[in-house]
Design a protein. Structure first.
Length: 509
């Protein structure tokens, strides 16, 4: 078993992990461990952009209020204030790294609008904001000598000694061997868990590994019941969860029934631009009422040249599927998008486990409350990476290495394709259960039954893991099951509707 010692171990190469790594490299050695190619992340897929008060008619207070209203009052006000007030500095920092946000003719930043925002305040790079940002961060990180990249390295478990996180056990996928990363500080930045649900906008990497690993070493988790369902994932057999950005509605596209009639005004004063939980529920309700598999977005009346220029990726993707968004209705349906809760941290990203920080989507900072405001999550990753760095900067050497003994760790991890079909089937089963019972509308009785069903799948996993050698696939199944049980467990324990957690049997306004 290989051993690598590093001051700071970063698990994940999305916006949170990369931002922290770039800063932390000024005070020590950093290893970035990531389970696929570096670019693979939720960050890469972000379309809309980053919420930031930039316009003189806007104010921090308005952005704060919008965040709290979207979060259904469940937000941590200190986290909200900190994130909102630091946004302009984060945008400046990204621009100095070379990120070229869209600009107006007068050279001011072009500000988009999204659901739940009372102002235009989304800075963006066309409809591929995440890709441009992650490319800039990667280029910077790759230029720093102190940062070593370990791509195709799968973090299996966090390591703990004397109540302190001491690094992680990692599977080197290409060379088929385990590696112990021993670190002073460990940064969990493994992103979300959309793949726990049958329908999701998330890529394959989003299997909840971070929640499971943190849970396994006794880190506190909270608010896992608040799963955000994005209202407008492209509905097509070959769409693979492709997102139709909310920015399209911000530009004037309307949600409609198959006959072209608008319906959102029956649900919220902001119509198609209401907060996401309300829009997703409204779409779901109309789909159920009218026995439909999808509804539609209507962008046909918008100026077509501008539409194509502003949303080139969406235009091209739809065109590939024979949908010309300037002429045709766009079929959409809700899909699991974002986990609002996660590993509990303080304002500096510290968890309750000494030596372990959690940043980005895997963390629960309290910013999002019961429902995330659009375009607040890339921002959260940036601001908390900065806060964590400021905190680490002064105390890195107060965290001595605690040596991990090789004998403490079992080494039965091998790639083994024999059980792949069973693993795939069990993953699918979890996805179906979660979509049906922990989806947009929930019901206490059904969730209790579904929790038992998850238990049966867990039994099947346990049996499988006794007879077969661990593989990344099997570990992802383990993590999907643990995360699903966390979400369902938290959901069962919340007996009232709040934000994204909607119980059918309770009245809801
Ligand atoms: C389609 C889509 C559009 C979005 N649009 C926006 C938007 O416009 N604005 C906005 O603010 N937010 C948006 N979001 C949400 C936002 O993109 C994410 O919340 C954010 O990028 C999360 O960043 P992160 O660094 O925490 O995680 P990620 O970017 O998901 O990165 C996680 C990293 O961890 C790695 N990893 C995971 N498990 C392991 C493991 N076991 N071992 C090693 N590595 C591991 C992954 O490979 C990946 O590199 C969008 C999300 C999606 C899916």
């Amino acid at each position: 078993m290989n051993k690598i010692e590093t001051d700071i171990l970063v698990l994940g190469s999305g916006i949170a992990g990369l931002s922290l790594a770039i800063k932390a490299a000024s005070i020590g050695n950093v290893c970035i461990v990531t389970k696929a190619a570096c670019i693979e992340s939720n960050t890469r897929l972000a379309q809309g952009g980053i919420a930031c008060v930039w316009d003189e008619n806007d104010s921090f207070q308005k952005h704060i209020n919008d965040t709290i209203i979207a979060g259904d009052g469940h937000c941590n006000i200190i986290a909200v204030n900190t994130v909102v007030q630091n946004a302009p500095k984060m945008i400046q920092d990204l621009m100095s790294l070379g990120v070229k946000f869209n600009k107006n003719k007068d050279n001011s930043l072009e500000l988009g609008r999204e659901g739940g925002h009372s102002n235009h305040r989304i800075v963006h790079i066309n409809d591929e904001s995440g890709l441009a940002i992650v490319n800039a961060l990667l280029e910077k990180a790759r230029s720093i000598k102190n940062i070593s990249f370990y791509e195709h390295h799968f973090a299996i478990d966090l390591l703990k000694k004397e109540e302190t996180c001491t690094g992680a056990l990692v599977w080197d996928i290409k060379n088929e061997g385990t590696v112990i990363f021993n670190s002073r500080l460990t940064i969990l930045a493994t992103g979300g868990a959309g793949k726990v649900f049958e329908q999701t906008t998330n890529p394959d990497i989003a299997t909840g590994d971070g929640y499971a690993m943190a849970n396994n070493i006794g880190a506190d988790l909270a608010d896992m019941e608040f799963v955000q369902f994005h209202p407008t994932s492209l509905f097509h057999p070959n769409a693979n969860g492709f997102l139709i950005s909310e920015a399209l509605r911000g530009f004037g596209a309307e949600l409609v029934l198959p006959d072209g009639k608008r319906f959102m005004q029956n649900y919220h004063i902001l119509g198609s631009l209401a907060p996401r939980d309300i829009v997703s529920r409204a779409i779901y309700t109309e789909m159920q009422k009218n026995h439909l598999s999808c509804l539609f977005l209507d962008a046909r009346s918008l100026p077509s040249v501008e539409l194509i220029n502003k949303f080139p990726a969406i235009y091209q993707k739809c065109l590939l599927l024979d949908i010309d968004i300037t002429k045709n209705l766009i079929p959409i349906a809700p899909a699991a998008h974002y986990i609002c809760g996660g590993v509990v941290t303080d304002i500096n990203g510290r968890t309750n486990i000494k030596g372990l920080y959690a940043l980005g989507e895997v963390a629960c900072t309290g910013l999002h409350g019961a429902n995330r405001l659009a375009s607040n999550s890339l921002l959260e990753g940036l601001v908390f990476a900065e806060n964590a760095f400021q905190n680490i900067k002064n105390n890195l050497h107060d965290h001595p290495f605690k040596k991990i003994m090789q004998d403490d760790i079992s080494d039965n991890f091998r790639n083994n394709i024999g059980e792949q079909n069973i693993i795939k089937k069990l993953k699918q089963n979890v996805g179906e259960i979660m979509w049906k019972y922990a989806g947009i509308k929930r019901n206490q009785k059904n969730m209790l039954l579904a929790y038992d069903k998850l238990g049966l799948i867990e039994d099947a996993y346990t049996e499988l893991s006794l007879t077969s050698i661990s593989t990344p696939d099997l570990l992802e199944l383990r993590n999907i099951i643990i995360t699903a049980k966390l979400i369902m467990g938290f959901a069962i324990n919340r007996s009232e509707s709040l934000g994204t957690h909607f119980l059918e049997e309770t009245d809801y306004n």
